[in-house]
Each structure stands twice: as structure tokens, then as C-alpha cells.
Design a binder for this molecule. Structure first.
Ligand code: AMP
Ligand code: FE
Ligand code: FE
Ligand code: ZN
Length: 284
């Protein structure tokens, strides 16, 4: 049994690198026993409408969110935004730019890969939703389909990691500037998996301090990519900077082992997010 109400604030649909349509994800959230779920696709909120339409049927409340691609000193930083105004121009322009840059970057990565693997852009493109956000996971899935690796995780560790010869960077706004954009859009900014070192380099505390000065609201602490030491250190940092903490699954459907509800957020923190956010939570 999950604690009540069970709140999971970080999930992905097929509009980015999850494997399920938003409506399917909402049904999966109900089956997992969640009461509240946030849809946080990378650099897009095109999945909100479909997810919101499933709230009544599934009985699961929806927090409309996104995971914004940002960077600090060349290190990739993921910034969750909750309940922002989807029409806000600054944030909308920033994510549209990141999506564009991600597309050119994915094509260049496939060009590099094609020197060593039988792989074409068409195979990757076939895995994308129209207008969705492309990422390395889609390239990973194409490599899996070709039989070069067994799953996404192996594709990352063996072929697609940031230190490898096929990696290409993409343009994303500075992390502290993105925090300001989220706030100006009425969103509540929370730094995603700040110490997830297994996926690449992570930023120093000073970057988190700069983000806090720019208006950061919270840190995602309970996440499968954080060990106990990382969680303890992040709890200290959050309390010294006056930030709240969240816990979430970072569910990607069958694309990752992460299970819905494997980490949860205190309902009191959700209340604070809703009090600070522009949009309401969509409730059944
Ligand atoms: P990208 O934003 O295109 O550079 O790809 C990063 C995305 O790949 C993240 O959002 C994760 O969903 C996924 N990812 C990162 N590291 C791994 C890994 N080691 N195994 C599986 N998926 C990963
Ligand atoms: Fe992802
Ligand atoms: Fe992330
Ligand atoms: Zn995520």
C-alpha cells in the first residue's frame, strides 16, 4: 500500500522519451495506486490536454508540468517546472529552441553513428510522435531494434554516453536563467535529480545556490539515481537554502526500470506548489 494521498511528480509520456501516450500513462498511474501524478515531458507540454482528459475516467489528479533542458558550465541540468502558464512567451520560446536544437543534434549523432553501425535517421524518426521532443533514448531504441544492444541502459553505457565519440551537445538556456523564465511564467521550479552522477557530470553546490537565488523552489531528493549519501547531502543543502524537497519516479514507461510511485512527495509540498503555481491541479 502506498501512503495516502500518493503523489508522484515526475513522469514522461511518448511526447518525449517515455513509451506510453499520456492517456495510457494516466491509466498506469491509477493501476499503480497513485492519487496525483505530474506529467513532465522534456521541453514540451503538448501531452497536457490528453492527460487532463483522462483525469475523470482514471480518478488520478494531474499536475501539468515539464522538464526543461538547461545547462550550467557545459553540464546538463534538468529543471522541472510545475503549473506554469503554457502561453508564457519567454519559457515557450526557450523550450521551442531547445527542441529545435535537439533535433539537429540527434541527426548529427545518427550521422556519426552511421559510420560504425547500420542505422538511418528514418529509423529514429519513426519512433517520434509528431512535434514531440527527441532525445538520445530514441536513438537508443533504434539501436536496440537493430540488435546492437539489449536495452536503453546498455545503449547509454556502451554507445551514447556523453564522453563517447558519437555524442553531440545541444543548445539549452543557462540553468539560473531558466529558473527565472519558469517563475515569470508562473511556474514552480524544482531541480530534477541534482546528484544523478551515473548519467553524466553533475553541477557543484554553487550552481544550485545560484539557481536558488534566481527563485528555485525545491530539490528532487528521493530519486532512484541518488544513493543515501547524496540524499542526506541534498537534504542539508535544501534546508540551508530554504528549498522544499520532492520524491518522484521519473517514469519512462517501458523505456526505463523506474516504476510509478517508487518515490513519493509529501502532500504538504504539493499544496505549496499549487499555492505558488499559475495553473490549478486538475482534479477528478
Ligand atoms: P538527452 O536529453 O537526449 O541527452 O538524453 C537524456 C535522457 O536519456 C534522459 O532524460 C534520460 O531519460 C535518459 N538517460 C540518461 N542516462 C541514461 C541511462 N544511463 N540509461 C537510460 N536512459 C538514460
Ligand atoms: Fe528522459
Ligand atoms: Fe531528467
Ligand atoms: Zn525526467
Amino acid at each position: 500500500m502506498l501512503a495516502r494521498p500518493a503523489v508522484d511528480l515526475h513522469t514522461h509520456s511518448s511526447l518525449s522519451d517515455g513509451t506510453e501516450r499520456p492517456a495510457v500513462l494516466m491509466a498506469a498511474a491509477a493501476a499503480a495506486g497513485l492519487d496525483v501524478v505530474a506529467l513532465t515531458d522534456h521541453d514540451t507540454w503538448d501531452g497536457w490536454e490528453e492527460a487532463a482528459a483522462a483525469v475523470e475516467r482514471t480518478g488520478v489528479a494531474l499536475v501539468r508540468g515539464a522538464e526543461i533542458s538547461t545547462s550550467a558550465g557545459g553540464i546538463s541540468v534538468h529543471l522541472l517546472s510545475y503549473l506554469h502558464d503554457p502561453a508564457a512567451r519567454g519559457l515557450g520560446t526557450a523550450v521551442a529552441r531547445a527542441r529545435d536544437s535537439r533535433l539537429g543534434r540527434a541527426r548529427r549523432m545518427v550521422e556519426r553513428l552511421a559510420l560504425d553501425f547500420d542505422l538511418t535517421w528514418a529509423e529514429v524518426e519513426a519512433l517520434l510522435e509528431p512535434g514531440g521532443t527527441v532525445g538520445r533514448p530514441h536513438i537508443a531504441d533504434a539501436l536496440v531494434a537493430r540488435g546492437y544492444v539489449t536495452d536503453r541502459s546498455a545503449a547509454f553505457t556502451e554507445i551514447l554516453h556523453a564522453e563517447g565519440p558519437y555524442y553531440v551537445r545541444y543548445d539549452a538556456p543557462d540553468a539560473a536563467a531558466a529558473v527565472e523564465l519558469v517563475r515569470r511564467a508562473g511556474g514552480v521550479p524544482v531541480m530534477a535529480h541534482p546528484r544523478a552522477g551515473a548519467r553524466g557530470r553533475v553541477v557543484e553546490d554553487v550552481v544550485i545556490e545560484e539557481m536558488a537565488a534566481a527563485g528555485l523552489a525545491g530539490l528532487e531528493v528521493d530519486h532512484r539515481d541518488h544513493d543515501d549519501g547524496a540524499r542526506a547531502q541534498l537534504l542539508d543543502l535544501a534546508s540551508s537554502l530554504g528549498l522544499f524537497v520532492t520524491g518522484s519516479s521519473d517514469y519512462h514507461g517501458t523505456g526505463k526500470p523506474n516504476r510509478l510511485g517508487e518515490h513519493l512527495t509529501d502532500p504538504a509540498v504539493l499544496e505549496q506548489i499549487e499555492a505558488e503555481g499559475y495553473l490549478p491541479v486538475v482534479r477528478p
